[in-house]
Design a protein around this ligand. Structure first.
Ligand SMILES: [Zn+2]
Length: 219
């Protein structure tokens, strides 16, 4: 497994409703798209850093689309990191679980015909989830981060980051209430993509054992 080459090009202070973030732009090898790191506060060493790895979603992040939960997840992650005093949001340019905006729009039309998010991707000739987190691991290493507490509901993200050399010490769940527009999508995320979602409102208290099991399996 080769290590992705990333280069930090420039950083600038971005004042937000949650306080100041330092936004750093990365070039990654010969990839056309730049990836972003939003750093909050003093990281205070490289271990146990609170991190969100967010994949670009124009419709959710910018338009506030109710088809998915991305916009709310992004907003909640900024709040969580600001409340905790320090952390990083990586903003990866892999729209639509990696299929791009054009096919994401086509997939939405298929979903309006009754296909779920996984079958819509398959019908368009894609994998259910084409996202790769190698570049995320490379950017974290560039920022001097060795171990993280990851804000996510996606076990595949944890597995990939660990495979790429980032120790995931804990999972911090993102609890976003479902809406009538995204309830079907969230059910598919849970049942077909193995996301850990609390769709019936019950408390999730299985975190420590879940991470221990993952780490144990990998040891
Ligand atoms: Zn989205």
């Amino acid at each position: 497994m080769t290590n992705e080459q990333v280069e930090r090009r420039s950083c600038a202070r971005i004042p937000t409703a949650h306080g100041d973030f330092e936004l750093c732009l990365y070039s990654c090898g010969d990839e056309a798209k730049d990836h972003l790191a939003m750093v909050y506060g003093q990281l205070d060493g490289s271990a146990q850093v609170l991190v969100r790895v967010h994949s670009e979603c124009f419709t959710g992040d910018v338009m506030g689309s109710q088809r998915c939960d991305c916009g709310a997840q992004f907003e909640r992650s900024m709040a969580l990191i600001a409340e905790s005093g320090a952390g990083i949001i990586l903003y990866l340019r892999q729209e639509g679980r990696g299929i791009g905006l054009l096919d994401k729009l086509r997939a939405y039309n298929l979903q309006d015909e009754g296909y779920d998010t996984v079958d819509a991707n398959l019908l368009l000739g894609h994998e259910p989830d084409e996202r790769d987190y190698r570049v995320a691991a490379a950017i974290l290493k560039n920022l001097g981060v060795r171990s993280i507490r990851l804000i996510t509901n996606n076990p595949n993200k944890i597995d990939q980051l660990q495979a790429y050399g980032i120790a995931v010490e804990a999972r911090v769940p993102l609890v976003i209430p479902a809406t009538t527009e995204n309830a079907t999508y969230l059910r598919a995320k849970s049942s077909r993509l193995n996301h850990i979602l609390d769709l019936d409102g019950s408390a999730d208290d299985s975190e420590p054992s879940e991470i221990a099991r993952r780490n144990g399996r990998r040891a």
